[in-house]
Design a protein around this ligand. Structure first.
Ligand code: AMP
Length: 222
C-alpha cells in the first residue's frame, strides 16, 4: 500500500500515519520530521530549512524534493509507505511522480483530511511539550493539562511550546496550506486518487474512517 496524507497542520496526519505504518508495515515518511532532524543535526539542508520552519512557511521545493528522492534512491527503497506532509505543492507532486515512475511504483490513494481552521488553532495552540529529551511528555491546555501549569508532571521540567505551534504561526501555516494545496488536490482528484476523510473526533474515530476509505480492517483477516 502506498498512501499520501494531505491535510492542514494539526489535522492528525502524523498520528494516523503512525497507526497505518504499524498496522500494515509501511515506511512512515514525514518530511516535517526529516527537516526538524536535519535542523537538529545542522546538516546543509537543515541550515537552509531552519528559517522557513521557524516562520511556518514552506521550505523550497528543491530542498524537500532532494531529501525525498534520496530516500527512494537507497537500496532499501520503501515499497510500501505512508507519506505525511509531502507532496505539499503541485511542483512536489510532479517531481514525486517522476521518482515513483523510476522505481515503477504507483500511488494507492491520497487521503484528504478535512478539519475547520478554528478547531485546528484550538488544538495546536494548546500543545505543550517537555523539552527534557529523556522525557518528551506532551500536554494540552484543554485536553491534558499538567497538574501544575507549565511544569512537566513526570520530571518537573518547565514545559515549552514548539515555535511553530504559536497561534500567530499556526494561522500563517493554515494560510500557506490553503494557498498551496488547492492545486495539489485538483491534480490528484483529476487522477481519481483523492478520498475525503473527516478529521473531526477522536483518534480512533478518524482511524476507523481511514481504514474504511482504504477498504481495510483493523486486524489482518485470519
Ligand atoms: P509538519 O510537521 O508537516 O507540519 O512540517 C513542519 C514544517 O516543515 C512546515 O511548516 C514547513 O516549514 C516544513 N515542511 C514539511 N514538509 C514540507 C514540504 N513537503 N514542503 C515544504 N516544507 C515542508
Amino acid at each position: 500500500m502506498r498512501v499520501i496524507l494531505v491535510g492542514p497542520p494539526g489535522s492528525g496526519k502524523g498520528t494516523q500515519a503512525k497507526l497505518l505504518s504499524q498496522r500494515f508495515g509501511l515506511a512512515h515518511i514525514s518530511t516535517g520530521d526529516v527537516l526538524r532532524e536535519s535542523v537538529r543535526l545542522r546538516t546543509p539542508a537543515g541550515l537552509l530549512a531552519e528559517p522557513y520552519l521557524l516562520a511556518g512557511t514552506l521550505v523550497p521545493d528543491d530542498v524537500v524534493n532532494e531529501l525525498v528522492a534520496d530516500l527512494f534512491r537507497r537500496e532499501e527503497c520503501p515499497q510500501g509507505f505512508v507519506l505525511d506532509g509531502y507532496p505539499r505543492t503541485l511542483a512536489q507532486a510532479a517531481w514525486f511522480d517522476q521518482v515513483l515512475r523510476q522505481q515503477q511504483l504507483d500511488i494507492t490513494g491520497v487521503l484528504l483530511f478535512l478539519l475547520e481552521d478554528e478547531v485546528i488553532v484550538r488544538r495546536l495552540s494548546g500543545r505543550w511539550i517537555c523539552p527534557n529529551r529523556t522525557c518528551g511528555a506532551t500536554y494540552h491546555t484543554y485536553n491534558r493539562p499538567p497538574r501544575v501549569p507549565g511544569i512537566c508532571d513526570l520530571c518537573g521540567t518547565p514545559l515549552i511550546q514548539r515555535e511553530d505551534d504559536r497561534e500567530e504561526t499556526i494561522r500563517h501555516r493554515l494560510e500557506v496550506y490553503h494557498q498551496t494545496t488547492a492545486g495539489l488536490i485538483d491534480y490528484y482528484r483529476a487522477q481519481g486518487l483523492v478520498r475525503d476523510v473527516s478529521a473531526e473526533g477522536t483518534i480512533e474515530q478518524v482511524y476507523d474512517r481511514v481504514l474504511q476509505v482504504l477498504g481495510k480492517t483493523r486486524q489482518p483477516r485470519s
